[in-house]
Design a protein around this ligand. Structure first.
Ligand SMILES: [Zn+2]
Length: 394
């Protein structure tokens, strides 16, 4: 047997162009509660899963408005969407676009591959491309996508360690996952089964992989249906704290990541149902109930994790829903407007409101400059334009 070699440490002196940085740098600041030169309470950086240029634009508007740390996550299927079916070309397109916007930005931005899969040939190419073109990657090898089964621990460690060996020396941070989350995380990497993270395996995993960002499974689920309507998903907070203690003992710079943390907005569901009612016809009968049945993760439980080491909160579903609600509102207002930009602006503005709301909820504001609004006065309202919502909160 080969002697155990300690994993390479993350190179923190790598200078990314313009305002780009690796995700771990932003998350560590959040864990330590650093905003400007002030050290306060811990907060979290929401990772926004962007799938279109509109999504990226909306996120940048929200980051700039709030002086927030910005974390943009790309799934494999999002990269395919950017790349006309080719995720590697998608990486080039998305990374170039983000770099252009980051250049004129006044906050720090990290780009992250979500659920990078190192267990398959095609997945490895995307992870390698991401190490080259993004600033952070997730090495999610908890599921072996060749056989669609949980990966044995030693294999998960082995695959993840390969990614760390490649990424850390060039300053790209790596997020690992231990345990399997149920639900649809992405069309390309969905899972039907779910397992909790085992504390002993967890210790072995972080020691041997060297990842500084880790997603334990404590009961959250991916997708818009986290349990039955009317029933909240209960997170295993006790397990989370047990794992945090282990991480702090081994490497205090470890930050935790909550996946499947989408907490839906009741006001968006109400707004969407109302738009469908007003449009009438079969639209409302066919879709209203589906909206009302969506179940998100309970925000109170997520909030309990922030400040306890969870510094990255993955959110996606509520942002997708807000976009769709904005589209329904636009169609209700005028379904004969022959102007793509008009619908584009309406949906982007709705998405921006969703991002602003989530950043404020997570405490990610005033990190790089003072917010341009009074965050305490901000009210999420899709009945108003983004401009009016911002004006009302000054
Ligand atoms: Zn996830």
């Amino acid at each position: 047997m080969k002697a155990f070699q300690a994993p390479p440490v993350l190179k923190t002196t790598r200078k990314f162009p313009d305002n780009m940085t690796n995700a771990h740098a932003l998350l560590l600041k959040a864990k330590l509660g650093e905003k400007g030169n002030v050290k306060g309470e811990g907060y979290a950086v929401p990772a926004f899963n962007v799938t279109t240029f509109q999504g990226i634009n909306a996120a940048f508007t929200a980051f700039e408005l709030l002086g927030a740390s910005g974390l943009l996550a790309f799934s494999n299927s999002a990269l395919k969407h950017f790349g006309f079916g080719d995720p590697i070309f998608g990486l080039e397109v998305a990374a170039d676009y983000v770099a252009k916007l980051a250049k004129r930005s006044h906050v720090k931005i990290a780009t992250h591959l979500d659920h990078g899969d190192y267990t398959t040939e095609s997945g490895r190419k995307v992870v390698q491309g991401a190490v080259e073109m993004l600033t952070s990657v997730m090495a999610d090898n908890s599921t072996d996508h060749n056989v669609k089964q949980p990966t044995p621990l030693t294999d998960n460690i082995g695959y993840t360690r390969e990614v760390v060996n490649m990424a850390h020396p060039v300053g790209v941070s790596v997020e690992g996952e231990l345990g399997v989350l149920a639900g649809v995380e992405d069309e390309d990497t969905k899972s039907e089964f779910s397992t909790y993270t085992n504390p002993e395996e967890f210790e072995q995993y972080i020691v041997q992989t060297g990842v500084l960002m880790v997603a334990p499974t404590i009961g959250t689920m991916h997708g818009p249906n986290k349990g039955k309507p009317g029933h909240k998903v209960k997170l295993n907070i006790e397990l989370a704290h047990q794992l945090l203690k282990i991480a702090d003992r081994i490497q205090p710079e470890t930050v935790f990541v909550a996946h499947g943390a989408s907490t839906l907005y009741p006001e968006v569901v109400a707004y969407a149902a109302d738009q469908m009612d007003q449009i009438g016809g079969s639209l409302s009968t066919r879709f209203s109930q589906i909206w009302k049945d969506f179940v998100g993760t309970d925000w109170d439980q997520i909030q309990g994790l922030i400040g306890a080491g969870f510094a990255k909160i993955n959110t996606d579903t509520e942002n997708r829903q807000t976009y769709l609600a904005g589209l329904l509102g636009a169609l209700k207002e005028n379904a004969a407007k022959i102007d793509i930009r008009w619908y584009d602006n309406k949906t982007t503005d709705a998405l921006t409101q969703s991002y602003i709301t989530k950043l404020i909820m997570a405490g990610d504001f005033g990190v790089w400059h003072e917010p341009k609004i009074n965050v305490g006065k901000y009210i999420f309202n899709l009945n108003k334009s983004l401009k009016d919502v911002i004006e009302a909160s000054k």
